[in-house]
Design a protein around this ligand. Structure first.
Ligand SMILES: Nc1ncnc2c1ncn2[C@@H]1O[C@H](COP(=O)(O)OP(=O)(O)OP(=O)(O)O)[C@@H](O)[C@H]1O
Length: 218
């Protein structure tokens, strides 16, 4: 049996609300993704997709339960330990595809390699990823000269640079036109077929249908 790359066990996520009962996003929620699994968190805006993604990525702790990455329980570990581990284990693509304004597309892609002093060694891989995502010709552009969809594809290349075991993407097709969205869904499928676990949050029906399994949030 393969080791899951990511597990959420009995996870609860709640937000305190002054003067109201806490807002419960999930309670006793379980999710286990093995290499090659493609799972979609689906639900209307505000249903809690981003909240689950952020907990799964170790960016915030759950209110209850455990988050486990390749048999390592990260809940309760020091922030710097989780951050270091996340860099290698999780490629996280947020909704805005945040890029650093003063760096070119390629320099943005290479950012995760800086702490290990690997930017030179990974420059080729960075270019290959930009090509694969259809923005190779934009490698030397600064973010303010890129469209929203191009920025997001550059951020996606950055998320893949260190060959993460799992890629997490929040509404990855939201700022893309139909053809670009289809291309991105195809790439997510290819990554899953290559053995990367894929966890996306989306209300895009095509992406939801494309996943192997889904969590529907109310
Ligand atoms: N840090 C927080 N403190 C309090 N409430 C929060 C916090 N983060 C999110 N929420 C609330 O939790 C609910 C779920 O938010 P979340 O961003 O997870 O939903 P979502 O499904 O990803 O929405 P969208 O599709 O619009 O991005 C919302 O009502 C939101 O206002």
């Amino acid at each position: 049996m393969t080791t899951p790359v990511i597990e959420l066990v009995d996870v609860g996520i709640q937000y305190e609300r002054p003067g109201l009962d806490p807002l419960s996003i999930v309670d006793q929620y379980d999710l286990s993704l093995s290499p090659g699994d493609f799972h979609c968190l689906a639900g209307r805006s505000g249903s809690g997709k981003t909240s689950i993604l952020r907990v799964a990525a170790g960016l915030v702790p759950p209110t209850a339960g455990k988050v486990i990455w390749q048999q390592l329980e990260i809940t309760g570990l020091a922030d710097d330990v989780v951050t270091t581990r996340r860099r290698r284990h999780v490629g996280y693509l947020d909704q805005r595809g945040n890029l650093v304004p003063g760096l070119t597309a390629l320099e943005n892609v290479l950012l995760p390699a800086i702490p290990d002093g690997q930017t030179r060694n990974l420059a080729r891989r960075g270019r290959d990823l930009l090509n694969r995502l259809g923005v190779g010709a934009r490698a030397s552009y600064y973010p303010d000269r890129l469209s929203g969809g191009e920025r997001q594809r550059v951020a996606f290349a950055r998320a893949l640079l260190l060959e993460p075991a799992v890629i997490m993407a929040d509404e990855p097709t939201a700022s893309l036109d139909r053809d670009s969205a289809d291309a991105l869904i195809t790439i997510l499928r290819e990554l899953a077929d290559e053995g990367i676990a894929v966890l996306v949050a989306s209300h895009d029906q095509r992406l939801i249908d494309h996943a192997d399994s889904r969590t529907r949030l109310e």
